[in-house]
Design a protein around this ligand. Structure first.
Ligand code: SAH
Length: 357
């Protein structure tokens, strides 16, 4: 009998709707339809989004009866930080448990003046970049907007706790391809930037993509105000396809056309992420192709350090090759930065997120 009731209870939980899938308007309507005031919807909305409560019980200015009524109708599928690891350089990696027990990772990256959150957009990834640890995890599902938002809130809290300052920047460079979960990523950003959420400026948010041309154009049409970063790694189709096989379906010509469209519409500079590997893209012809590829708009190239994920199929290029890239790019008026990795000792650096724990 006991087992039966537990099972029934579990089923009921499953059929209840996640209250955070409701807009503020829908919440207000819900209360009106249940004989309460629309204003109650505002109060609950504030608890859910500004105060990020994990339970109805925590909504202390809402009456007990109302909280019970909410409990009977909804769940709050909040994420849970299952494990937090700290790197010697201050970087923090969170293993985040979702309501269905799947795990994603997010990273807090501190510098002298900033705290950056690196968040995931999907569980696993459907792309197949040969150099990335996340690519080895099957894509299980897209994250919903509040699962993305919650990762940001968790890192904001950690930043206040450990660094005495709020989160300052967000990069969608965790697990997954954000443009393959476009609607939810945009909804999450809306929440992050809205007054009812974290009121962060979109200029402090960067969405990183391997390059899905159709979605880049859609973003341009929607006049989004956050920054765009493209993980390019090579401006030669043959080379790019060999390390990022999906390039066969989204060739550089289409990517370039979409980026030109993006620039024409937004006038926003484009950032390229680029790892230089020995024997793969460390020649003069590679950097020349890069110069030609990004010449149409103000561009910035981040030369990121390779974080080894395996047996040594890929190796970071020599310092000399990196200097050659730097020189050539600068000579062509392209901004270039050389990025050192953070959090390598806890597998929190670019491309290392693979739910090892
Ligand atoms: N799918 C999106 C978001 C992931 S961002 C994108 O591709 O942009 C992760 C960044 O780390 C990307 O620029 C990716 O190319 C890079 N990366 C992946 N594996 C890496 C590795 N082993 N070392 C360094 N950078 C890596």
């Amino acid at each position: 009998m006991r087992d039966f009731s537990l099972l029934t209870f579990a089923r009921m939980q499953q059929t209840k709707k996640d209250i955070r899938a409701l807009t503020k308007e829908q919440l207000r309507d819900f209360f009106v339809n249940n004989g309460d005031k629309a204003f109650r919807g505002n109060q609950v909305y504030e608890w859910l989004w500004q105060k990020s409560v994990h339970s109805f019980e925590g909504m202390t200015n809402i009456s007990k009866e109302t909280r019970e009524m909410l409990e009977n109708n909804f769940v709050i599928n909040h994420i849970q930080v299952d494990q937090m690891q700290r790197s010697a350089d201050g970087t923090i990696k969170n293993a985040v448990r979702l309501h269905d027990d799947l795990i994603v990772e997010s990273v807090l990256i501190p510098t002298a003046s900033r705290t950056t959150a690196c968040v995931s957009s999907q569980v696993g990834c459907s792309l197949d970049c040969k150099f990335c640890a996340t690519a080895r995890l099957k894509r299980m599902r897209n994250l919903n907007p509040d699962e993305i938002y919650d990762q940001v809130v968790a890192i904001d809290n950690e930043s206040r706790l450990y660094f005495n300052r709020p989160l300052s920047n967000i990069v969608f460079m965790g697990m997954g391809e954000p443009l393959m979960n476009y609607n939810n990523v945009l909804k999450a950003i809306d929440k992050i930037t809205s007054k009812e959420g974290l009121a962060m400026s979109p200029k402090r948010i960067t969405v990183s993509t391997s390059g899905v041309p159709k979605m880049i154009k859609k973003m341009a049409d929607e006049k989004v105000r956050f920054n765009l970063a493209v993980s390019l790694h090579s401006a030669i189709d043959e080379v790019r396809t060999s390390i990022m096989p999906f390039n066969e379906h989204f060739p550089l010509k289409d990517l370039r056309e979409a980026l030109e469209y993006w620039y024409a519409k937004t006038k926003n500079r484009i950032t390229y992420e680029y790892v230089v590997w020995q024997g793969i893209n460390d020649g003069q012809k590679d950097v020349d192709a890069l110069v030609r590829f990004c010449g149409f708009a103000p561009s910035k190239v981040n030369l990121i350090e390779y974080n080894p994920i395996d047996d040594g199929q890929f190796q970071q290029a020599s310092d000399q090759a990196i200097r050659m890239y730097q020189r050539t790019l600068e000579a062509n008026n392209i901004t270039v930065t050389v990025r050192r990795s953070r959090g390598k000792d806890i597998d929190a650096a670019c491309g290392q997120l693979a739910n090892k724990t």
